[in-house]
Design a protein. Sequence first.
Length: 406
Amino acid sequence: MPYDLLIKGGHVLDPGMGVDGRLDIAVTNGVIAAIEPEIAAKDAAKVLEVRGDNRYVVPGLIDVHTHVAYGATTAGVGMGCVDPDVGGVGSGVTTVLDAGSVGIANVGVFGTHLIPSAKTRVICFVNVGTYAHTTPSMADVNRMEEIDRKTIASCIQANPGLISGFKLRLVGPIVQERGEDVIRLSKEVASEHGLPLMVHIGDGRHPDRARAGELTRFLLKTLTAGDILTHLCTPNPGGVMTVAEAAASVVPEVEEARANGVLIDSALGRGNFGIEVARRQAELGVRPDTTSSDLTGGGRRLGVGLLDSMAKFMSVGYSLSDVVRMTTSSAARGIGMGDALGALAVGREADISIFDVVDGNWKFTDTLNQPFTGTKALVPVQAIRHGELFAPEWGPYPWGWLPEQA
Ligand SMILES: [Zn+2]
């Protein structure tokens, strides 16, 4: 029996590799052994039949903005996290990046518990603020001293390989007061360790939209190649639009940053997706490099997830191919893992997602509570990591995966 697993009859879509058509994929020892138009079922120990015109086989999906520090944050206190496998393989996603759910004070849980026990690949970006979401005000950095350069260095030295980057939320009183200093210091810390800095923009409570916008422009000028801007489509103060109105344009610093190698991500979550902003940006040709979920414990019960983000961008007019590229090859490249993730190729790890595209008249709501509809929803079918199959969890709604009908 030459193969362990055969994924047979699927519509394989890998925009990064220019593949879009019916192909069989064979897996042995967790590695892709063959991708061909026809591989005989008798040659495999296990055959996964992929039937139906709307069922797609894609490279393992990558969610570059999640909150999966499950057990490191406390339910009912600040931001809740989900189990990595709920947002990961249980949602048809094979890689999740935790975007600063915890600071160095409790990042240890990733090394001791979360990464070893998860079936999903978990990448950890630590918050630059020592205590992250556990601080009393729930803002990440309450005092400049919470960006504790010395202890961060000792944390990184004591935990080689644990931390893949830093996260800063451009939110809260100290950011409103001393934003440039917070950005400068965070960037210095990241540079000191040769790691990327991911920055959340959009501060719903900022009293001064002009000032918040100015700070975001400063941020975009400070970020360098490998860094990540997240929440491109936020309608909140600190977003990238010049004015709040429909005729807004995007500040030029976005494309300048992108040209410098900064990844432009569009994590949606519940708090940072404006449908009008997303539509206007699409009209202007300002497209995010990646989309992601900003999945939290609360969001999980309200539909938030990577497939939901992809469906929302399809409602704006992005094609299936666009959103798959954003969550596979572009995401892999954006987090510096383009050589290992985000493509289906012989010799690569068998890291594969299978989902259905379901037609309907689906009801969505944005951050400003503006309803909108889309004609496509995505439902996970299987996730495959290192050749192992994972069925999806129940889904984010009490009735499963599909959004409500409009
Ligand atoms: Zn987040």
